[in-house]
Write a protein that binds this ligand. Structure first.
Ligand code: 4AD
Ligand code: MG
Length: 464
């Protein structure tokens, strides 16, 4: 029989009912007359307290009720006399489904985040990670809900790609060639005609280019899938494998794009407040005392919208007044996370959408402004995170796009299909990419991106 989940026993407590609870032991406390076992089944951050009167179950079973063990408990749901829970289960019988001995790696509390990453196969059983992964699940659902309700089409773009023109990051090569014994052509180079696809291929850094094909057919689409970047950036905000949401919309200009991005993030954050309150309250208590307040702040305030050039002026004024940054500030510089966070956390104290970046530091496909210097880019900058969204209006003009491609020497011979969108019925269009894990970082208050994805991939780490 499938047991009732603990979350529903708390939500609709039927006092006096016979119940079966199955879950894993978090803690155990004993006195002479009674033992209290905190059981968690993953459905909620709250444990079900199991009350075991002395002598009720055999000594052998009692001995095996240790942290990490899996139990099936039969008993009666009763109103709790103790503090901290409304109902508890008065045990009548207990079956050990799986023992856990003293080597169980999650004994008690106080482990470091680094240690917990080493036991990533078991850390979903730690209370904080349960909360984070339940919120992650709700956020994924919220994203589909948001776009579905707006009539966007969920479109699947390939993970294996033969093109590297996005320029968004270093790529992971995909091959079935024997690396110990590579076939060579007459020039002495690797003979990719013998490789699986007959050409060099990589894991995608973005689904955008294929997303643009879809938007110029279906109108409004979004992708939501894994993305791979082989940068050696060992920061608390970078993963080698992360998930990205990329909406792409025909007939949207940069302002429509900003409106959508702001509405989208606010919807997701509001969804967390509406559907994850227990987990958020736990994280607010344990991780960040201002978490819930900061989520409410984001949903209830307009984001600042500011051209890059204005942003640089503000940063230069700060430097003139003695504010120190690790990286230099000048018109044309790529903003570092410290600059982005200064604008958001210290200057405006609000999320900021920065627009119209110098074309040199942005991708070739962005719509060029009349000034000849800037492009219609938009980055959404968030407190604690820095860049959470990157996007733009796209260059719809075939001639201008080709000119930029030639200036940048981008190898376009494999990209004829992308250029066809501008050849046949080109239209103004826009889109952006939201880093899913950066959203989860913001919503959970966690400090390191490695702790909001179940099995993080970073330089030197691909275990589990
Ligand atoms: O700014 P990025 O590189 O933009 C693109 O890839 C565009 N193709 C998006 C588009 O217009 N359709 O990446 C988008 C977002 C960033 O703002 C950031 O939130 C996240 O993806 N991101 C990463 N998240 C985790 N680890 C990394 N290494 C990331 N690189 C980017
Ligand atoms: Mg970016």
């Amino acid at each position: 029989m499938v047991p009732q989940r603990i979350s529903s026993m708390f939500a609709n407590p039927e006092i006096g009912k016979q119940v079966v609870v199955k879950g894993w032991v978090r803690t155990r406390r004993d006195s002479k007359q009674v033992s209290f076992v905190a059981l968690n089944d993953g459905s909620t951050v709250n444990n079900m307290q199991i009350v075991v009167d002395a002598g009720k179950v055999s000594e052998d079973v009692m001995k095996r009720i240790t942290t990490g063990a899996c139990l099936s408990v039969k008993g009666q749901l009763v109103a709790s006399q103790g503090k901290g829970q409304t109902v508890e289960v008065q045990a009548e019988s207990i079956e050990i489904l799986g023992d856990a001995d003293a080597t169980f790696p999650l004994q008690k509390k106080g482990h470091t985040w680094e240690y917990l990453r080493e036991v990533a196969h078991l850390r979903p059983r730690a209370t904080t990670f349960g909360a984070v992964f339940r919120i992650r699940n709700q956020m994924a659902f919220a994203i589909h809900k948001f776009f579905h309700d707006k009539g966007f089409v969920y479109f699947h773009t390939p993970l294996i790609t033969g093109s590297d023109c996005e320029g968004a990051g270093q790529m992971f090569q995909v091959t079935t060639l024997d690396l110990q014994n590579l076939p060579k052509n007459e020039e002495g180079k690797v003979d990719y005609t013998q490789d699986f696809f007959g050409v060099p291929t990589s894991l995608t850094v973005s689904g955008q280019l294929e997303g643009e094909l879809a938007a110029t057919a279906l109108g409004q689409i979004y992708t939501f899938g894994p993305t791979f970047r082989a940068e050696r950036s060992n920061t608390p905000r970078h993963l080698a494998e992360f998930w990205m949401i990329e909406p792409e919309m025909a007939f949207y200009d940069i302002v429509d794009n900003m409106d959508l991005a702001e509405e989208f993030i606010k919807f997701c954050v509001q969804w967390a407040l509406d559907h994850c309150m227990e987990d958020l309250e736990f994280l607010n208590k344990m991780i960040d005392k201002e978490l819930i307040e900061s989520l409410k702040f984001v949903t209830s305030h307009d984001f600042v919208r500011l051209p890059y050039t204005e942003g640089i002026k503000i940063l230069e004024e700060a430097v003139a007044k003695g504010r120190k940054f690790e990286f230099p500030v000048f018109w044309g510089c790529d903003l570092a996370s410290e600059h982005e966070r200064y604008l958001v956390e210290e200057h405006f104290k609000k999320p900021v959408i920065l627009t119209d970046y110098p074309k040199e530091i942005k991708a070739f496909y962005m719509k060029q402004n009349e000034d000849g210097k800037t492009v219609r880019a938009m980055d959404v900058l968030f407190p604690r995170i820095g860049e959470i969204i990157g996007g733009s209006e796209r260059e719809a003009d075939y001639g201008k796009l080709m000119q930029r491609i030639e200036e940048l020497n981008i190898p376009m011979k494999d990209m004829w299909w992308y250029l066809d969108t501008r050849k046949y019925g080109s239209c103004p269009h826009s889109g952006f990419g939201l880093g899913f894990e950066r959203l989860i970082l913001f919503v959970t208050g966690m400090a390191n991106i490695r702790d909001v994805i179940p099995f993080p991939r970073t330089p030197g780490h691909a275990e589990f």
